[in-house]
Design a protein around this ligand. Structure first.
Ligand SMILES: [Zn+2]
Ligand SMILES: [Zn+2]
Ligand SMILES: [Zn+2]
Length: 328
């Protein structure tokens, strides 16, 4: 049993799972904040066509999946922001077209639908060293952008209209979030599978949200939970003959189910402890320590807000007010 766990096959699967568990919930935190929890699912549907194109043309399905996923994400973003009443239906057509088109293309490639199984539910035997390398590189790009652009990405994910009034290029950042989602779907395809990829983007975030009070803490906790679920899920497949995707998702769901009762108690207590809001719900004083005074050139993104300037950091907008900072 131990040689299974230390085999190169398992090692590749564990590395791929770890980077998936890191990247998927990171982007997922932005999606949940944007109330677009099912975006990853839609991109996963479109990716079926991407995989089919790879199998049909003999190129790497991972490569064609990334290309098709990013194009799909740009299309989704364009449809969504068109503001048309039919946008919802247009998205549904796009997602079903992605699955149906992919299935037909795969049959044309002569592989049969069986070839698709590893991409739909994940398959640790299908992961090569080049897959691992690509996954690690793409995950690194996702993490760097997600962490360094956190103030801007949080601002647009939290409230697009408000972010627009502060002069942030909203369209650029919402598109970036969608593209990051597309890339993490392509990474997760090999371990979690396209059908369940969205689960790994959302469930760890839902679990973390029960306890974490700030956006940044939610993201941090969700990545820890995501990595744990991915590693435990993949390890389990050494003992249970099942694809890794469903295993990872079941572990993540178990984490949510186990912590849900504790989460309820924590939330109830928090409600009791919160003092009465003094009139303006937009301006709650914050106790959080500041190592420096915000000001021009302090390193934080400054945005004009009415007659004053707010500084964005750690998922908050802070404005100086008397001797303390208000959260705006
Ligand atoms: Zn500052
Ligand atoms: Zn303000
Ligand atoms: Zn501050």
């Amino acid at each position: 049993m131990l040689d299974v766990l230390t085999s190169p096959l398992m090692l590749r699967a564990l590395i791929a799972a770890a980077v998936t568990g890191l990247a998927a919930p990171t982007v997922g935190t932005y999606l949940v904040q944007r109330r677009l929890s099912l975006l990853g699912d839609g991109i996963g549907h479109i990716c079926v066509t991407g995989v089919a194109l790879g199998l049909l043309t003999g190129t790497s399905p991972t490569f064609t999946a990334v290309v098709v996923a990013v194009l799909g994400a740009l299309l989704i973003e364009a449809i969504r922001t068109s503001g048309k009443a039919t946008a919802d239906v247009a998205l549904a057509l796009l997602f079903y077209g992605g699955i149906a088109g992919g299935l037909v293309l795969i049959s044309l490639a002569g592989n049969g639908v069986f070839a698709l199984q590893g991409y739909l539910f994940g398959s640790i035997t299908a992961i090569s060293w080049s897959d691992v390398t690509v996954s690690v590189l793409l995950a690194a790009v996702i993490m760097v952008l997600s962490v360094f652009l956190l103030p801007q990405l949080f601002a647009v994910a939290n409230d697009e209209d408000f972010a627009r009034t502060t002069g942030i290029p909203v369209r650029l950042y919402t598109t970036l979030i969608s593209v990051l989602a597309a890339v993490s779907v392509s990474i997760a395809m090999r371990t979690v599978g396209l059908l369940l990829v969205s689960a790994l983007m959302i469930i760890p975030v839902a679990t973390a949200q029960q306890f974490a009070r700030s956006f940044r803490l939610t993201m941090l906790a969700a990545t820890v939970l995501g990595v744990l679920a991915a590693l435990i899920g993949v390890t389990t497949t050494a003992f249970v003959d099942a694809p890794p995707g469903p295993m990872i998702v079941l572990v993540a769901l178990a984490g949510f189910a186990i912590t849900a009762p504790i989460g309820l108690v924590v939330q109830r207590r928090r409600k009791v402890m919160v003092p009465f809001a003094d009139g303006d719900p937009l301006a709650t004083p914050v106790e959080e320590p500041h190592q420096h005074e915000h000001g021009p050139g302090c390193g934080h993104t400054a945005v004009e807000h009415g007659d004053h300037v707010d500084y964005i950091h750690d998922g908050h907008r802070h404005a100086v007010h008397g001797g303390h900072y208000d959260e705006h």
